[in-house]
Ligand binder design. Sequence first.
Ligand SMILES: [Zn+2]
Length: 226
Amino acid sequence: MSELVYTLIRKKSRKRVAIAVLPCGSVQVLAPIRASVSRIKGFLRDKSDWIRKQQLVCHAREQAPILTGNSGDMLLYFGREITLQVLPGVKRSVGLVGSELVVGMREPDPEKVKKMVLKWYRELAQEIIEDRVLIWSAHLSKKPKQVRLKTMTSRWGSCSILGNLNFNWKLIMAPLDVLDYVVVHELSHLVHHDHSRKFWDFVALLMPDFKRHVVWLRENGYRLAL
Ligand SMILES: [Zn+2]
């Protein structure tokens, strides 16, 4: 490992050495007052792979899609990239044409275009996710009471104790098999309400290769943004 630049913060109250990779990519080490430099360096050496990975994720995050409401915006749709195309001088409309999301507006205004794009995504997500829940729940003896779409910042889905399922509409930007994994995960909570061994066995029964979707979400989740 090449010499790593890091900020060292020593605190009386700390018992152990800990590392944080901050936005964007800088490393902070929190250490007890008396921790020796060799102990800190050894810890950094042990964690070097993890630090590098965090730094990569951090740099990639800077390239996450940003919706500005102008032609040329890159968006994700079922895991593939599509381009926003704003057509001035036409009736208000929105639709996918090949790999372009075409938004028509008499006098385009980026804020209004953004609203239309978000609405289009949410409506599509509602339709697709409800459909996928219906398909996958055929394998279960239990059915969800309600399926709701939400804007969640750090979760892809959740299952309430009453049997209502919530999904992050941004899943519509992920490949369909990844979206399906989240559907299967939340549906499985209708049977097992925890993340026990039994729960994961149940998920694997419905979707034997689910682990690669967990990895995909962990590595690409930040890209499902607008
Ligand atoms: Zn869960």
